[in-house]
Structure formats: C-alpha cells, structure tokens
Design a protein around this ligand. Sequence first.
Ligand code: ADP
Ligand code: MG
Length: 430
Amino acid sequence: MGEIVAEELMTWDKLQGIGNGGGEEKILVLVRLRPLSEKETLQNEVADWECINATTILYRNSIQERSGLPTAYSFDRVFRGDNTTRDVYDEGIRDIALSVVGGINSTIFAYGQTSSGKTYTMNGITEYTAVDVYDYIKKHEEREFVLKFSAVEIYNEVVRDLLATDGTSLRLLDDPEKGTIIEKLTEETLRDWSHLRELLSICEAQRRIGETLLNETSSRSHQILRLSIESSAREFIGKGNSTTLNFVDLAGSERASQALSVGQRLKEGCHINRSLLTLGTVIRKLSKGRQGHVNYRDSKLTRILQPSLGGNARTAIICTLSPARSHVEQSRNTLLFASCAKEVSTNAQVNVVMSDKALVKHLQKEVARLESELRTPAVSSSTCDHGPLLRKKDAQIQQLEKENRELKMQRDLANSRIADLLHAIENYKT
Ligand code: ADP
Ligand code: MG
C-alpha cells in the first residue's frame, strides 16, 4: 500500500523535473573553468584552456606540445569562464541536489587547486539548492518537513564542528545501521531560510583559513555542510534515518598532487593531506571497478562520505580550473582526477517506507473512493457488469465451505479413532 503512495509522489516529482528514481548511475562530473583573475592578468598570464563545446575542454598552447599528453578532455558538461554559477546549477547540479526531497541521498563535491573557484562555486550552489528545497516545501503543504543542518571541517585529520563554539574535535563512530556517524555533532533544526543563511555565515566565519604559496587566504581544510530532510509522508529506512544532502568544499588539490609527485616525501612546509590523498586513491580504485578492498577507512573524509563514493547516493563532482599557463600541471592533475571520477558508479536507493500518518491518509482516500462507488452502483455496473462474476465467486465459496465441512468431519473421525486406539493400548498394557 505504501508503495502506491510513494510511487504517486515520485511520479509527481518526475513531472516537476526533480530527480530521477536513483539506481545505478555514474558520478556526474562537471568541469568549470574560471576566467583569468585580475592578478593573473596583471602578471601577463595567458589562458591556455578553452571549452570548445558543452562537453569538451581543450588545451591550446601556442608553443607546440611535445609532451604526448592529451589535449582534449570530455566530461558530462564543461563550463566556460563566462558561465555563471546559476548555469552550473541549472544545467547539472540541480537534478542531483534536489533528489534529496525525493528520498535519495546526494552529495555535491568541489575539487580543484587553491583559488580555482571551489568555494565561489559551492557557495552559489548551496544557496540555489536551499532556495529550491524551500520552494518545494512551500508547494507541498499537505506534507510536513523537518530540515536539519550540520557542518564540519576536517583539518589535518581532525574533525571539528563548525556550529559549536568550543572547537573540540569530534570522534567518528561506526553504527551497524547508519554506517559512520560523527559523535556529538550539533544538528540545528531549521526554522526557515533566513535561519539557514545565518548558520551558513557562522560556518564561513569559523572555517579555518590557511595560507599557501598560491593564495594568502585559501583553505587547507575540507568543509562538509549537511542538510537532512525528514518528511511526514516518507519515513526513512533505518532508525531515525533521514535523507541527506552533502555539500563538500575540498581542500586545495595541489596538496595531493604535490604529495604524489614527490612520492611519499613531501616538500618542506607542505602538510600531507591524508583525506585528499585517500579520496584520490578511493576514486582511482573505484574507477577500475568494484573488485578488491577500497581504503575508505584510511581517512576521515572518505569514512564520512563513503556512501557518496560508490554507495547509496547520487553524486556530482565539480572540478574547478584556473585557465592560467602557470597552473597547467595542476589543471592536468585535476582533469586526471575528473576522468577517474566519471568512471565511478553509485547505486542510490529511495529511502521510502510509509509513515503511519501517510498510510492512514491513503486508506481514508481508498475508503472514500469505495464508498462513492457503492453509492453510485449504476455507474459501476454500466462500465462493467459484475453479476456473473459475483455468482461464480458465490458458487466457489459454497463449494469451499462444503469441502471444509467434509474435511472437518474426517478430522474428527480420525481423532476419535486415535483416541480409541490409545484406549485399546492402555487396556492391553494392564
Ligand atoms: P578556492 O575555493 O578554489 O580556493 P575561490 O572560490 O576562493 O577558490 O576563488 C578564488 C578567487 O577567484 C575568488 O576571489 C573568487 O571570487 C574568484 N572566482 C572563482 N571562480 C570564479 C568565477 N567562475 N568567476 C569569477 N570569479 C571567480
Ligand atoms: Mg576555498
């Protein structure tokens, strides 16, 4: 019965263009090329990358390329410097992000070197998604929604609650049903959109800012913002589980590639970013198929986001690039990561079981329909004559009742024979 309602809701959502039904699908990989920054222009930087159509990005160096490296890369969608974050949202991310209102977990990542535009992109994406989620809720007044928000930062493998002021590190625990959970994480129940906006600005202020060679205000940390949704029409599988949407703004990817390019020995001053390195190896491993051990447990980031990496979620990765010639090595590394990511499949399941309330509502609707059918027998008999069918069923019922009576008699007879035999045995013994 529950499935009927769930199906109805999903059909409605499909009509609204929100989400698909989940299932096995590849991670959606988008590449966003930002324009040359003012600083880069002042330094006479040249833009070497160009999006030649909606899906292909090309390396165009005036100096003849002799490296033998590829010059063209294709993805689900590539965005030029003059594309807005709105374009990125509308033409790629929206569908995956809004799966969350259809009971499907989803995650949006931003990957790229420092100052390539990850935070710039994610801020816009988070805002557009929140606006659409609230819009959806407004259009579904018959259902009650509870939205919760939480935020963490991972810095040097320490998980910190961005909504808590004490700054203590949080532990990860393994729950047999829910998987990895973050202990004592603050979860704010959202009052409205402005409440969320307020919390987002708290996170921004709290986020640790690190200095790097590339940009004096760039982050070395990973940020995970999480929106959880519970709905009165959908109770989610597992105890206290809800559907979650993660926005993940990763630390600058140069750390991982620097670490890789010099093997395990790092350049002076460059901290190894275990989470980013592990993310890279997990993606590489998954891109080659699902055989063998995947080292999710090697870092905090991959433990927390395990379902989004080849598991029960719809996932999109936005890879951001600087077009500058001086960054070509980093850009290639980013595109290499992106190429691996697009080979990874996830298998999102709809978290739907009916709540009692929704079930009662559905049954009431059914009763009302049947009552109205009974009140207008003329209509039902004119569309379909049930008379002969009912007579046949009646005859069958009578036949079954007769057989039932006979069987009962045979059973009673057998019982009394057994009793007689037992009695005879008793007598024989004595
Ligand atoms: P990251 O988070 O990857 O380190 P940021 O998002 O902070 O990089 O971007 C670095 C700078 O470039 C910021 O000043 C930002 O406003 C600007 N920027 C990034 N992407 C774009 C874009 N697509 N269009 C215009 N400016 C951008
Ligand atoms: Mg940033």
